[in-house]
Unconditional design. Structure first.
Length: 289
């Protein structure tokens, strides 16, 4: 039937009426309807399978941070919170800004924005603090990388400094200057020749910062920025940053070094809070501006 259906579809669409009649007339139309219905069902099955995999991935990640919730809220409430986080992520994901393939090279980080917002909302709803939400996110990020085999982490670190990735980011940074997508990043590459770093770039607009600001969750943003240090530590390279947009600075100045080694502490040091100026005694994470 599938072979005949394919022949009839071609006949009906591409050849004169007399030829289409040889295909069986009404039979051809029936086969086309059946084919369309099958495609719709397959698309639905694929969508459901993808959603199930994503939910399973979120649940696995949540288990890595669960001890933080149990310590703060107790076992029973922690279970409820994890369930609410999954529901919140499912609700937020379809509403996230759409950034096309021609967007900035950082656009893939947008998932962290709505995942972070989901964590923040649920923790605050249960009477927790932004520090509780940040520690949960920190623990998940560390746990996921620690579970990644070292050989894969070595490959990831190699790729990070490879010419392939550098050229990709250079092209993406240039595209980002057009500001085609309001929720996207804007990136400027910084030449490394003669400097004490191997890769440098400045982010003058951050999709995560814009997204969380639009949802009145500015105080959560520095904790998502902290994850960059977790990745640098576990992948085995250096990261120096003196400014971030999340602290109200004019940019995020990333400087990566192949042979240095970052350390991600908890609680975070938040060295960027002074925007490159001498450290002030105290500055809390920004509230909604």
């Amino acid at each position: 039937m599938s072979a005949n259906g394919a022949v009839c579809r071609i006949c009906v669409v591409t050849v004169p009426e007399s030829a289409s009649q040889r295909c069986g007339g009404g039979r051809a139309a029936e086969v086309m309807m059946m084919t369309g219905s099958l495609r719709s069902r397959v698309s639905t099955w694929i969508g459901r399978a993808k959603e199930s995999r994503e939910i399973a991935a979120v649940n696995r990640a949540g288990q890595l941070g669960k001890p933080v919730l149990v310590d703060r809220f107790g076992q029973e409430e922690a279970e409820v919170m994890l369930h609410e986080m999954v529901e919140e992520i499912q609700r937020l994901a379809p509403e996230a800004p759409r950034i096309g393939r021609d967007g900035s090279p950082a656009a893939g980080n947008l998932k962290a924005a709505y995942a972070g917002l989901a964590v923040y909302r649920v923790v605050k709803r249960h009477g927790g603090s932004v520090e509780d939400a940040g520690e949960f996110f920190h623990r998940i990020s560390r746990g996921q990388l620690e579970r990644t085999p070292k050989v894969f982490r070595s490959v990831m670190a190699w790729y990070w400094f490879s010419g392939i990735r550098r050229r990709k980011w250079e092209r993406g940074a240039q595209r980002s200057q057009a500001r085609r997508y309001p929720g996207d990043w804007v990136v400027e590459m910084v030449p490394a020749e003669g400097e004490d770093f191997d890769i440098g770039y400045d982010i003058t607009e951050c999709g995560i910062e814009k997204y969380l600001h639009a949802h009145d969750a500015d105080e959560m943003t520095p904790y998502l920025c902290d994850v960059d240090y977790v990745a640098a530590e576990l992948l085995g390279y250096g990261l120096k940053r003196t400014k971030t947009l999340s602290w109200g600075c004019d940019r995020c100045d990333f400087r990566f070094s192949r042979h240095a080694h970052a350390v991600a502490t908890w609680p975070p040091q938040f060295v960027e809070r002074s925007c490159g100026q001498p450290q002030t005694p105290s500055k809390e994470p920004p509230s909604a501006r």
